[in-house]
Design a protein around this ligand. Structure first.
Ligand code: BDR
Ligand code: CA
Length: 313
């Protein structure tokens, strides 16, 4: 049976791959809408990029909505140094022609959750948690109606990627992450600990770029662009492919492993702002609030991704 999902995203090359994986999987997902939030780059670019990726997939039945243009309390921090000035460096996709959804992204999330049966909508978050937190603040009644939030964010044993302590999505809007983590909604978190297990080796990228379709060529070029930063930083044979882990987890949870623990976020300390404090060893009595994923079958992940992307134009 199809799962109803809303994707909230800040594309971003790895966001784009995650979107394409979802758009290529109509048997498993009914995509109710895609909300663009400020994060990797400003909102004017994330909205435009989300529309471009939808059009690349040929799935123009899926609508894009503009979400929040800044975090709840903080000044927006972006990552042009990784993703390029447009957020989709390495690509030259045509200007999108699709019309944006008529409502603000936060209202779209609220209204769909109120309109559909409780427990049926999964929120897939690939960027800062601003839109979801704002929706929970504006309409607390939606909390119990959310089936699950599956998010890319956080870090435990890998340390941070934007500061020594923090992963980018949580760092950008720690107050939003705090609201979401304390909401009582079932959460699955795909932190750096797992995204660092699914590296884009050259052989894996070549398979995707060589699929013979425009999607494969576009992904090859854009990941080639964004990974240059990580290859230099980590000195590994490949770069992490973060956001597609969210969609892959929903398609094939058997490829991943983790456990239910408590995760809390630091919002006060300037030194460790946005740090996800993961009680992996259960040394506190804070109740578990997150299914925290740490392991992935990288070969299975890339087989799935490649097979699905081959279905697109
Ligand atoms: C996350 O930060 C962004 O740069 C990526 O798109 C991903 O969502 C990884 O820390
Ligand atoms: Ca992202």
């Amino acid at each position: 049976m199809q799962r109803k999902i809303i994707i909230d995203t800040d594309p971003g090359q790895d966001d784009a791959v995650a979107m394409l994986l979802a758009l290529a999987s109509p048997d498993e997902f009914e995509i109710l809408g895609i909300v663009a939030v400020a994060g990797n780059i400003g909102i004017e670019w994330t909205v435009k990029n989300a529309c471009k990726i939808i059009e690349l997939s040929g799935r123009t039945d899926v609508r894009c909505y503009a979400g929040c243009e800044r975090p709840m309390r903080r000044v927006l921090v972006t990552a042009e140094h990784v993703h390029g000035k447009t957020g989709l460096g390495g690509t030259d996709l045509p200007e999108p022609t699709s019309r944006l959804g008529p409502q603000h992204g936060v209202d779209f999330i609220i209204n769909r959750l109120l309109a559909e049966a409780p427990g049926t909508i999964t929120l897939c978050t690939l960027g800062p948690l601003t839109d979801v937190a704002m929706a929970l603040v504006k309409a607390p009644a939606i909390g119990p109606r959310i089936r699950e939030i599956v998010m890319m964010g956080g870090a435990f044993s890998e340390g941070g990627n934007i500061t020594p302590a923090a992963e980018f999505n949580i760092y950008v809007d720690p107050e939003a992450a705090d609201i979401v983590l304390a909401s009582g909604v079932p959460i699955t978190m795909l932190p750096l600990d797992v995204t660092h297990r699914v590296l884009t080796t050259q052989a894996r990228l070549d398979r995707i770029a060589g699929l013979g379709n425009r999607t494969g060529r576009t992904i090859g070029a854009m990941i080639d662009f964004s990974q240059r930063f990580d290859l230099e930083k980590y000195g590994w044979q490949g770069a992490p492919l973060h956001d597609p882990c969210v969609i892959a987890y929903l398609l094939r949870p058997d490829l991943f492993a983790g456990r239910e623990i408590n995760v809390s976020v630091e919002t006060a300390s300037p030194l460790t702002r946005g740090m996800t404090v993961a009680d992996w060893w259960r040394v506190t009595d804070r109740p578990p609030n997150v299914n925290f994923i740490r392991e992935a079958d990288a070969g299975g992940f890339y087989d799935l991704l490649t097979e699905r992307l081959a279905r697109l134009p």
